[in-house]
Ligand binder design. Structure first.
Ligand SMILES: [Zn+2]
Length: 271
């Protein structure tokens, strides 16, 4: 039945245009949580979708997993976005939901935040794509995990971000991360840093910009599991996760691109 397939949602805490769900991912998350709950849809940790892929015994029924990309401080801290005002953090929004409804309402409430590992890259991206206020820090990663509501996933060493200088090849995405050395440097080096800083080895990976090379999908991730220690990797092709989905390029819906209101989200999931 199509309505029993797991769905993974992606939010970006730096998507803040004004105060509506259509252009503010904080407002969207708050409203989406209420709508999902009212619709009787279970929210579960992202790792549960991988358990589901591993065996039919794990979980059945409509389930939705939450993910946040890029690991901006807005995931964890209430901060004032210039011109728009103070934004409740994504973690705070999960905690507020808990306070309103109680822990038994959505016992699996949880999100995975996919962070960029390299401090230098975060600093460059912070200056180039945010406001240069040091808003992509890593000092909150372990506290986020300790909250019990967030896991820290791997979004690559430096996102191969276009704001960075070219060193090993063209910048802009992961289509060019197409040999073992580049994959190790983006995935394994990042995982080591995340483990050292957050206290946990990241078992889930999300491709920057949702893009991946054939090599990383078809060779590196499937063949070097003991090296990278990952259970699954996520892209951003829209769609539910199915039993035939590629575990190294699992689909995700992106807030703002694939839905712009809680009503649209619910019909997307029910489609
Ligand atoms: Zn990203």
């Amino acid at each position: 039945m199509p309505d029993t397939l797991p769905v993974v949602l992606t939010y970006h805490s730096q998507n803040i245009g004004s105060h509506t769900a259509a252009d503010n991912d904080h407002v969207a998350l708050r409203e989406d949580l209420e709508a999902l709950h009212q619709a009787g849809i279970r929210i579960v940790p992202l790792s549960r979708v991988v358990d589901w892929l591993d065996g039919p015994s794990a979980d059945e029924g409509a389930m939705v997993c939450l993910s946040f990309d890029d690991g901006c401080d807005f995931d964890f801290r209430d901060l004032e976005w210039p011109g728009v005002g103070v934004q409740r953090s994504m973690l705070g929004i999960l905690q507020d939901f808990r306070s309103r409804h109680g822990a038994s309402a959505q016992p699996g409430l949880h999100a995975t935040t996919f962070v960029i590992a390299s401090p230098e890259a975060r600093s460059v991206i912070d200056r180039g794509s945010l406001f240069g206020r040091d808003w992509i820090r890593d000092d909150w990663w372990s506290a986020a995990i300790a909250s019990g509501l967030i896991s820290v996933g791997n979004h690559g060493w430096d996102h191969n971000h276009p704001d960075l200088p070219e060193e090993t090849g063209p910048r802009g995405g992961f289509k060019t991360i197409s040999n073992r050395a580049l994959c190790e440097s983006q995935v394994v080096r990042a995982a080591r840093y995340i483990e050292a800083t957050a206290g946990e080895w990241p078992e889930l990976f999300a491709y920057p910009f949702g893009e991946s090379s054939e090599y990383i999908r078809d060779v590196f991730f499937p063949e070097f599991t003991s090296l990278h220690g990952c259970r699954a990797a996520f892209g951003t092709e829209p769609g539910p996760v199915t039993r035939s989905s590629n575990r190294w390029n699992l689909p995700r819906y992106v807030c703002g691109r694939d839905w712009s209101s809680p009503e649209e989200l619910i019909s997307l999931i029910r489609a």
